[in-house]
Design a protein around this ligand. Structure first.
Ligand SMILES: CC(=O)N[C@H]1[C@@H](OP(=O)(O)OP(=O)(O)OC[C@H]2O[C@@H](n3ccc(=O)[nH]c3=O)[C@H](O)[C@@H]2O)O[C@H](CO)[C@@H](O)[C@@H]1O[C@H](C)C(=O)N[C@@H](C)C(=O)N[C@H](CCC(=O)O)C(=O)O
Ligand SMILES: Nc1ncnc2c1ncn2[C@@H]1O[C@H](COP(=O)(O)OP(=O)(O)OP(=O)(O)O)[C@@H](O)[C@H]1O
Length: 481
């Protein structure tokens, strides 16, 4: 592409790509000097040029400019990069119905429900924590919301592969760093707002402000904001929305409301009330929070023109979202659930559900830790919640990074007053211990890793068999199933 297509008044040289990491720059790339949390991209201009950068986009004064390199000074390099990415990749998001999902919990689940219902009707891709998926393509992402360059390139791939829609998880980090600034969403979905990510945002106000960007600035004015009417932040968010607001809920009157909810550990049934009419819905999803997730998806799809009857028909066969309340059934006489809960609200919701499916005289056994180099304050809260709901707690490693898992466990233990608890650093051993100690009618909760098949330790990302595989093996080896 010509540089002049990206920047007015720029020379008409051809550029081969865009890059913000000097180490990855290729011949004739445009290099963007991003101000980072650790480094400043301006410090790597020489290395970017050595690697072949033809153009440097910067915001600070540059003393020694090199011949043959084009320098473009802008006020905000990050924003310039976001807009260039959109143009370079052919404005892909304008060619699809874009569903953006944000909230503390439930983003992956809602996005996957949307895709599973929509894809057979019109091809829909997914970008988020679990994967980047479209058609038969499945890639493993590093981030929930990728950086603007990678994101726009994948959206472009989706358009080329015939996708008509994309369900995109939008994290608060992604919003504050402008990773989705080149996208105008047709639908902005809010799941809920609870405690998380204070390590990055500092305060809950900042965290909320970051989330609200999606509804204030990134949704098209002719689009729609789908809000959870039962969330305490509903009214505050509704007042900020730049597009029409549509609500869903259970407790309060809402545009899409679930009433008469009945549930066991296999399926749920409820009546969906929409515009005064009641529609019976059967779904294989369980736990009340998943009814919220389902309502958000139903509202989003219906508001973008998909018939309600078609949506409801698909609700009974939503594919299991990997590692999200995934029930492991290997013929054992106790329940096993693998779940990605890693926030206080997530932990509480899944423990409540675990309690509800455990026999009255049975034990709720939880295996979990807390990630290293991430929010420290939630560790004690995890302990308090487990103390309240569980009968036996096995603390283990999550993603310790360069923290000592024993230290992390000690911080969780500060919240545990009464419940019997042990620490087993090795996650496989911890799972084995849970399996060996379970009795008929008990429930084991394996929390925090979900579907992940790696553990971040001191030396980086190490392979992990996955909680689902580990527990299956243990059931076969140690319980003879
Ligand atoms: C906290 C955070 O979001 N950090 C992101 C940020 O990194 P940073 O500001 O520290 O960047 P930096 O290392 O200081 O570098 C500054 C600039 O210099 C460049 N550089 C650096 C070194 C060099 O030799 N050459 C060079 O050009 C870098 O490429 C960068 O452009 O900018 C980088 C480039 O876009 C991101 O990769 C990085 O995400 C890191 C990997 C990360 O872990 N982010 C997580 C916390 C995150 O975003 N998570 C959310 C939420 C998930 C959830 O809900 O749980 C997500 O969306 O995944
Ligand atoms: N609507 C909800 N309310 C509260 N907790 C939820 C809700 N949906 C899911 N959870 C809990 O949060 C965990 C993560 O779910 P999910 O992956 O859908 O959320 P997420 O927002 O995408 O998080 P991440 O971006 O970290 O993956 C689940 O395993 C479950 O424990």
């Amino acid at each position: 592409m010509r540089l002049s297509k990206l920047f007015k008044n720029a020379p008409t040289v051809n550029v081969s790509g865009l890059c913000f990491d000097s180490r990855k720059v290729k011949k004739d790339n445009v290099y963007f000097c991003l101000p980072g949390l650790t480094f400043d991209g301006h410090d790597f201009i020489d290395s970017a040029i050595e690697n072949g950068a033809i153009c440097v986009v910067h915001s600070k004064e540059i003393q020694h400019k090199k011949d043959g390199v084009i320098y473009i000074r802008v006020h905000d390099v990050n924003e310039a990069m976001n807009q260039c990415a959109r143009i370079f990749y052919g404005k892909p998001s304008d060619k699809m119905t874009m569903y953006g999902i944000t909230g503390t919990n439930g983003k992956s689940t809602v996005a996957n429900i949307i895709r599973s219902i929509l894809d057979p009707i019109e091809p829909c891709g997914y970008i988020g924590t679990i994967a980047i998926e479209y058609g038969d393509v499945k890639l493993m992402p590093d981030l929930t919301t990728p950086d603007a360059l990678f994101l726009q390139s994948k959206l472009s791939d989706m358009v080329n592969a015939g996708m008509k829609a994309c369900a995109l998880e939008v994290s608060s980090h992604g919003l504050s760093q402008g990773r989705v600034n080149g996208i105008n969403f047709n639908v902005a979905i809010f799941t809920n707002f609870t405690y998380d990510h204070l390590d990055f945002h500092g305060t809950l106000e900042n965290y909320f402000d970051a989330k609200s960007i999606l509804f204030k600035d990134r949704v098209r004015s002719d689009g729609v904001c789908i809000l959870n009417k039962d969330d305490p932040k509903y009214a505050e968010l509704a007042a900020l929305c730049a597009a029409r607001v549509v609500t869903y809920g259970i407790e309060n009157e809402a545009d899409y409301r679930a009433i008469h909810i009945q549930m066991n550990n296999e399926a749920s049934h409820f009546d969906l009330v929409y515009q005064g009419k009641s529609y019976p819905v059967m779904t294989n999803l369980v736990a009340t929070y998943n009814i919220y997730n389902l309502l958000a998806a139903i509202a989003a799809l219906h508001e973008t023109g998909i018939e309600l009857e078609k949506i409801i028909a698909a609700c009974c066969q939503i594919p299991q979202v990997q590692g999200r309340l995934e029930q492991i059934k290997e013929g054992q006489d106790f329940n096993v659930i693998v779940d990605f809960a890693h926030t206080p609200d997530g932990l509480q919701k899944v423990m409540e559900f675990g309690r509800s499916i455990t026999k009255e005289d049975g034990n709720l056994i939880a295996v979990f830790g807390s990630a290293g180099k991430r929010d420290v304050a939630k560790r004690k809260v995890f302990g308090e919640l487990a103390d309240k709901y569980c009968d036996f707690i096995i603390l283990t490693e999550d993603d310790p990074r360069d923290e000592d898992p024993k230290e992390i466990a000690a911080q969780i233990k500060e919240g545990i007053q009464e419940t019997t608890n042990i620490f087993i650093e090795d996650r496989y051993e911890a799972i084995r211990q849970a399996v060996e100690s379970a009795k008929t009618g008990d429930t084991i909760l394996l929390l925090g890793k979900g579907d992940e098949v790696f553990i971040y330790r001191e030396n980086g990302r190490a392979p992990w068999v996955g909680d689902h595989m580990a527990v299956r093996e243990c059931i076969h080896k140690y319980r003879g199933q």
